[in-house]
Design a protein. Structure first.
Length: 116
């Protein structure tokens, strides 16, 4: 397993942007799928975006397509989630996830609040 530390959350007005970062300790390589999930109060955790560390196989939830972009910097062992055109319904705790052959690692989460 790897340790994941998220950062970059905060309070933003609707229509604004934020970039979340997820720094991973330990070596991330092929076989890893990195992702961002979110959980709003009273709702289940949902998958927002995932990508294979080797590139490709990128997934976006319908609710964020065209607004969010997942990327990774292999030199920094970091995954990013660029969020634009934020909406109040994007308000949630965002969690970074690493999945290697079904072995999951989670970060502690970072709060994103979008005001209307």
């Amino acid at each position: 397993q790897v340790q994941l530390v998220e950062s970059g959350g905060g309070l933003v007005q609707a229509g604004g942007s934020l970039r979340l970062s997820c720094a991973a300790s330990g070596r991330i390589g092929s076989g890893y799928v990195m992702g961002w999930y979110r959980q709003a109060p009273g709702k289940e955790r949902e998958r927002v975006a995932t990508t294979s560390w080797s590139g490709g196989n990128t997934y976006y939830a319908d609710s964020v397509k065209g607004r969010f972009t997942i990327s990774r910097d292999s030199a920094k062992n970091t995954v990013y989630l660029q969020m634009s055109s934020l909406k109040p319904e994007d308000t949630a705790i965002y969690y970074c996830n690493a999945n290697r052959w079904g072995v999951l690692s989670w970060g502690q989460g970072t709060q994103v609040t979008v005001s209307s």
